[in-house]
Design a protein around this ligand. Structure first.
Ligand code: PXL
Length: 283
């Protein structure tokens, strides 16, 4: 049996609403990956559609956790960052990447900050510049179409998109630094939604999509990113991992839609975990 993989997941804890660490931790663990966490903040809910959420900032804890881990000589197969709440956190996480980067591990950055053409409410219009700087250090980034436009300093365009547009965005993002780019929320045909994947080492571009399910379900970016990383760490290539992650996310969204759950509550990914374990050939 191959050695168990270990990830450091650096995200907030949104206590209610199924996103960030409450999604990353169960998914990676179910995929057999040891998941260490650095909580960057604790919120009563995520910021997408709830009023009056609490926000306890944990910025001051990140460096001491990192220093302690370094003193223990800990090593990680992947450093996985998601929602980061301030420029200071971006800076500290960037330092942490320098401290834990090795030749054979991956820096995996989900540049969580925007969707549907808009920055999340807590971010200033300058924030994408800071996130773009962090993305330069990544091996893999996973922006949605809005985040991709903002990282490139461009105006967001709603879909459907031409293949030329998608491929220019993928290549431009990769030129910033990351070897691999996974663009989410890509719609090139009516009623289909999916992802476009670029690996600059082979210059290969691929697409994976599924029939569109109406409705904006919260936290699906975190679900998708956590499954894709789980699949990569189980030895699958980027294209296959994108397929596994699309299938898992769509299955979770459909189940949630059928149940009629409030879209702010996140998706029922828990009941897709058995399919993930099967897709990763773990049973
Ligand atoms: O799902 C991304 C996310 C993570 N964490 C917090 C958020 C969001 C998106 O709104 O508000 C706190």
């Amino acid at each position: 049996m191959s050695e168990q993989k270990r990830v450091a997941a650096i995200h907030d804890i949104s206590c209610f609403g199924r996103c960030s660490l409450t999604v990353a931790l169960p998914i990676l663990s179910a995929a057999g990956v040891e998941t260490s966490v650095i909580p960057t903040a604790v919120l009563s809910t995520h910021t997408g559609g709830f009023e009056g959420f609490t926000y306890r900032d944990l910025t001051k804890d990140i460096r001491p956790i990192s220093k302690h881990w370094q003193s223990l000589g800990l090593k990680f197969n992947a450093l996985y960052s998601g929602f980061l709440g301030s420029f200071e956190q971006l800076e500290i996480v960037s330092e942490l990447f320098d401290d834990f980067k090795k030749d054979d591990n991956i820096i995996y950055v989900d540049p969580v900050m925007a969707d549907h053409g808009k920055l999340y409410s807590i971010f200033s219009t300058e924030f994408p510049k800071g996130m773009a700087k962090l993305c330069r250090k990544a091996d893999i980034i996973l922006p949605n179409m809005t985040e991709a436009a903002f990282l490139l300093g461009q105006t967001y365009k709603p879909g459907p998109y031409t293949q030329d547009y998608i491929e220019a965005v993928l290549r431009d993002l990769s030129k910033m630094g990351p070897k691999m780019v996974v663009l989410t929320g890509v719609c090139t045909q009516d009623h289909m939604l999916g992802v476009a994947v670029y690996d600059s080492r082979t210059d290969r571009i691929g697409y994976e999509s599924s029939p569109l399910v109406d409705g904006f379900y919260h936290g699906t970016g975190d679900v998708f990113a956590s499954v894709l990383l789980s699949s990569l760490l189980n030895g699958f290539d980027l294209m296959k991992s994108a397929r596994v992650a699309v299938d898992f996310t769509v299955e979770s969204i459909k189940r949630t839609k059928d149940a009629g759950t409030d879209v702010r509550f996140g998706v029922d990914f828990e009941n897709s975990i058995p399919s993930l374990i099967k897709a990763l050939n773990k049973i």
